[in-house]
Design a protein around this ligand. Structure first.
Ligand code: ZN
Length: 67
């Protein structure tokens, strides 16, 4: 099963949960048991010290984006 990363909006706890896609909707904070959690999507890998990455990816672009 895939690992989903969540962050609690209430206490700020960040945790990972191994669950199915259907069950990830019912994830609660592992610390305070709050339902107000948001899934962290690791779309852009933020690695410090990693240079030489050329390309036109819309990752971390100030201004762009909306919605
Ligand atoms: Zn919490």
């Amino acid at each position: 099963m895939p690992i989903y990363e969540f962050k609690c909006k209430k206490c700020g706890n960040q945790f990972e949960i191994i669950t199915s896609f259907a069950q990830k909707d019912k994830v609660t904070c592992s610390k305070c048991d709050s339902k107000e959690v948001e899934q962290l999507i690791s779309g852009c890998s933020i690695n410090s010290g990693s240079k030489g990455f050329d390309g036109g990816s819309s990752c971390g672009g100030p201004g762009s984006g909306g919605g």
